[in-house]
Design a protein around this ligand. Structure first.
Ligand code: AFD
Ligand code: MN
Ligand code: MN
Length: 424
């Protein structure tokens, strides 16, 4: 389904007077507002192909209907999101859930929605029906070289798909680990993983990157071979300049200071980017910013400060992606909320008075440092995001627009109520 620009415009017109009043007011409060608006406009967040259907837990799955049945329909859903918010101009594929049978026609199809392909993701955490050897005991770290080779070959195949689509990075998340003490020799597992990743690394095209994701537990509950940022960073350093660490916000133990991790990885030039989501307990994959928006803001504060310190372009230097599971919400609405939450945190971070914060830090003025950060966090920046969207032809209020245009109802009409998207 493709949205006509005038449908969005028609709804925008109903709110334009109020919006302009609010925008004029905030314009008087914020210095250099055009520069801020340009940065907001340039900032896009990738949508993963596996997030467009209803997620599930091990207890059940409750589909809302109208889910994409194939890759084209997933792309068209991302196209809808992008038409509404003008902030989601790329899609990230998971192979083999979303194999592009004919890459060049898929690329053209995506281009019709102004979309391109971000990182490609390999999958060696499940066995596929046609697979020779099992990943029951892991993949790249496996004790059996034949299993490792199968997993290496899969990753190389994923790179090849990505090359055809115009992707520039391979994202690797391994579930490799152990469930019980004694099951694994940690050192050998690490060495096997490094050796396997090296073989993949050598196959990367010159302008490609490999992003290494970490996660402390699940599906294994005693050890994970790439469990934290230190282990990921160790691998990335040994691999070389094309390798860096991918931070999935849900992949930390409770209370971890993620913003500090981000700051140091960025300083070392080893931060690949993000899988955004939110969590209360573990890898909950909840909507970004739904549980702890302040933490998200603090992360963006470190990002903006750290990127500016070394002159990195905010929009294009790192991978910005959502990785969430939509179990009870409409996936498209949830993704719109997630993108909005990311843009809010980013904009607030742009508004931090950096000079004053630096002064407060140098003077050990703890009270003032907190005042400065929280002053930015408390600004309602939604009108700035709406203005950027409006200028780019998007909706002032994407979720309201999605509902008013009855887009889910239309998708159900087109695809049916009992459709199931591939993914977890
Ligand atoms: C995992 C990881 C990883 C992976 C995804 C699969 O976060 O990014 O690709 O879920 O759905 O927890
Ligand atoms: Mn992830
Ligand atoms: Mn995860």
């Amino acid at each position: 389904m493709k949205l006509q620009g005038n449908e969005i415009d028609r709804l925008n017109q109903r709110q334009i007077v109020k919006h302009k009043q609010q925008f004029e007011y905030i314009s008087t409060q914020i210095p250099d507002i055009e520069n801020i608006l340009n940065k907001i406009s340039a900032f896009n967040i990738t949508i993963p192909s596996w997030a467009l259907g209803t997620g599930s837990t091990r207890f059940g799955r409750f589909s809302g209907g109208g889910e994409p049945r194939n890759l084209e329909e997933k792309i068209s859903d991302v196209g809808l999101i992008h038409a509404l918010n003008k902030s989601s101009n790329s899609i990230s594929l998971h192979i083999p859930w979303d194999i592009p049978e004919n890459a060049s026609s898929i690329k053209d199809f995506a281009a019709q929605f102004d979309l391109h392909f971000d990182a490609v993701n390999s999958n060696t955490f499940q066995d596929q029906s046609n697979q020779k050897l099992s990943y029951k005991y892991g993949s790249l770290h496996h004790v059996d070289i034949a299993v490792r080779q199968q997993a290496i070959d899969h990753n190389i195949e994923v790179i090849n798909y990505g090359v055809q689509l115009g992707s520039k990075a391979l994202s690797v998340w391994l579930s490799d680990g152990s469930n019980f003490p004694g099951q694994l020799n940690f050192r050998r597992s690490f060495e096997n993983t490094l050796d396997s990743l090296q073989k993949i690394y050598y196959q990367l095209p010159d302008d490609w990157k490999i992003w290494i994701e970490y996660k402390p537990y699940e599906p294994n509950f005693y050890s994970t071979t790439i469990a934290d940022w230190g282990q990921s960073h160790l691998l990335a350093s040994k691999l070389g300049p094309k390798a860096s660490t991918l931070v999935d916000l849900g992949h930390h133990l409770q209370g971890t200071n993620i913003e500090q991790i981000v700051s140091l990885l960025l300083m070392e030039g080893k931060l690949a980017g993000f899988h955004f989501n939110d969590s209360k307990y573990g890898d909950d994959d909840l909507t970004v910013g739904s549980i702890n928006p302040y933490q998200l803001f603090l992360i963006f504060n470190e990002l903006v400060e750290g990127m500016d310190a070394v002159g990195l372009d905010h929009a294009n230097s790192l991978g910005w992606m959502i990785d969430a599971s939509h179990n009870v919400k409409d996936p498209i609405e949830d993704l719109l909320q997630s993108v909005q939450a990311i843009k809010i945190a980013y904009t607030q971070a742009l508004l931090v008075n950096k000079q004053a914060l630096n002064e407060a830090q140098q003077n050990n003025d703890v009270v003032m440092a907190q005042e400065i950060l929280q002053a930015a966090f408390r600004i309602d920046v939604s009108v700035l995001i709406a203005e950027a969207s409006l200028r780019n032809g998007g909706a002032l209020n994407p979720i309201e627009c999605f509902r008013k245009l009855r887009l889910r109802e239309n998708l159900i009409k087109e695809r049916g109520i009992n459709t199931i998207a591939t993914g977890l």
